[in-house]
Design a protein around this ligand. Structure first.
Ligand code: UTP
Length: 286
């Protein structure tokens, strides 16, 4: 499977780690330099071949739809002022062939529930999921989601992006147990203590999943924290279809917390000729 037509962005979370900013601004609109997190995520989906972007939002997050909408007055003003570069920037956020669809998650009942809200738009085909607060860069190479789409053997299989994390951090992630010498996931544990973790391979915010996951999500009862967990539905999928772990090429910044956001900002500043002198220490992922 090489191309993913539809990509879902679950962006209905409350973003409590960035309060008070996220009281009015969606976490996904927070910028790394001059581009919001959602723009990096959308660029990745487009690189993977997507033509339909499905945003699962909540009723407070109009800013994401406003951002991708055309801004007539602003464009007029830039045109009149002869600011053609800026005009091209605001007009070029999405390629013309790409459409955006917005669905509302009425209540924040968990990531699995948010994905289920996209069912009517995704229909009966494999799709991608990007959590925009995991920002993954692979300069000059294919995006993480594209790598995963190319890695999927067929339309029934799932692919999860995984990354090695320090043993001490397993309690923050879903951790996978992969068959020896292969990529197929045998087993998955949500947020295990280091001594109970089957490996140090953590699932990060990219998924390629078959439409079957929607039926499994419907059967999923609320798990940890009373939320419908995507991990529980994927655990059910493991028993009936290949679900592969893909160790993507690229660097991930966890922009769901302040440290990751600062690291991402330093990383992009170091690559910017106008800003690089401000950055004394090169940023690493952790
Ligand atoms: P997080 O666990 O990062 O939660 O959600 P959050 O609300 O975004 O942020 P904090 O922890 O309060 O700071 C992981 C992803 O799942 C989405 C979030 O928007 C984020 O992309 N999500 C989570 C939903 O869309 N709906 C939910 O009910 C829960």
């Amino acid at each position: 499977m090489a191309r993913l037509r539809k990509v879902v962005f679950p962006v209905a979370g409350l973003g409590t780690r960035f309060l008070p900013a996220t009281k009015v601004v969606a976490k996904e609109m927070l910028p790394v330099l001059d581009r919001p997190l959602i723009q990096y995520a959308v660029d990745e989906a487009v690189d993977a071949g997507a033509d339909t972007l499905v945003f699962v939002t909540n009723r407070y997050k109009h800013s994401i739809a406003d951002y991708f909408d055309s801004a007539y007055e602003l464009e007029e003003t830039l045109q009149r002022a002869g600011k053609h570069d800026l005009l091209a920037t605001v007009q070029g956020l999405l390629p013309p062939r790409v459409r955006c669809v917005y669905v509302t998650q009425e209540q924040a009942l968990g990531l699995g529930h948010a994905v289920l809200c996209a069912r009517a738009v995704v229909g009966d085909e494999p799709f991608g999921i990007i959590l925009p607060d995991d920002l993954i860069v692979n300069p000059g190479g294919p995006s993480a989601l594209r790598q995963m789409a190319e890695f999927a053997p067929d339309t029934q299989a799932g692919v999860l992006a995984v990354e090695e994390v320090p043993r001490a951090d397993t309690g923050k992630y879903g951790i996978v147990d992969v068959e020896p010498g292969g990529d197929r996931i045998r087993h998955m544990v949500e947020k295990p203590k280091p001594e109970q973790a089957p490996s140090n391979l953590a699932v990060v915010g990219r998924y390629v999943l078959p439409a079957r996951i929607f039926e499994l999500l419907e059967q999923t009862t609320p798990g940890a924290g009373g939320e419908i967990q995507l991990t529980d539905a994927i655990a059910a999928l493991l028993g009936e279809a290949p679900v592969l772990a893909h160790r993507f090429t690229g660097t991930r910044f966890d922009c769901g917390n302040k440290k990751g956001m600062v690291r991402a900002t330093l990383h992009f500043a170091a690559a910017d000729p106008e800003l690089r002198d401000l950055v004394r220490t090169p940023a690493t992922d952790r």
